[in-house]
Design a protein around this ligand. Structure first.
Ligand code: NI
Length: 173
């Protein structure tokens, strides 16, 4: 397995709309395994293929503390949503920043698993929030898009500062 490089805001590739998957081959299984490894190593609770520069409708999540409840969702589609909840979110593509966004409390979702088998489930709580966040990635959308332009400017500056810092550290070390 390989740890994949995670794209960071404001990389324009994070804005690409992912295409549906129709082939369930070995390459797909390898991508899924690599995405889990990348997510667990980060560490994070969700990762969309878009974030690792693969523009296919695929996401992985695991919200358990023990890292033993892996979920793979291919071509996920929200069929119903209910209730509203305020969610404090972060994103592996926007390191060092968290903010509140409005999400649905409960969603019904239709998706294919890694073998192409169709499932339909109702999700709530953190898993529902996480899946909404990851589906947004597949549509080229980031959680900071729900915030004001002034806040996004601030985040851009914050990320530039971090990049400058890491470049300096590399040249120093
Ligand atoms: Ni994210």
């Amino acid at each position: 397995m390989t740890i994949l490089k995670i794209l960071e805001f404001p990389d324009p590739k994070l804005r690409i709309t992912a295409s549906p998957i129709d082939t369930f081959n070995d390459e797909l299984q390898e991508t899924i395994d690599d995405m889990f490894e990348t997510m667990y190593a980060a560490p994070g609770i969700g990762l969309a293929a878009t974030q690792v520069d693969i523009h296919k409708r695929l996401l992985v999540t695991d919200i358990s503390a023990e890292k033993n409840q892996p979920y793979v969702m291919i071509n996920p589609e929200v069929t119903k949503n209910e209730g509203n909840i305020n969610s404090n979110e972060g994103c592996l593509s926007i390191p060092g920043y968290q903010d509140d966004v409005a999400r649905y409390e409960t969603i019904s979702i239709k998706y294919l698993d890694r073998h192409g088998v169709s499932h339909e489930e109702e999700l709530n709580g953190l898993l529902a929030i996480c899946v909404q966040h990851e589906i947004d990635h597949l549509n080229g959308k980031l959680f900071i898009d729900y915030l004001s332009e002034a806040k996004r400017q601030k985040i851009r500056k914050l990320i530039q500062k971090q990049e400058k810092y890491s470049t300096n550290t590399e040249s120093a070390g």
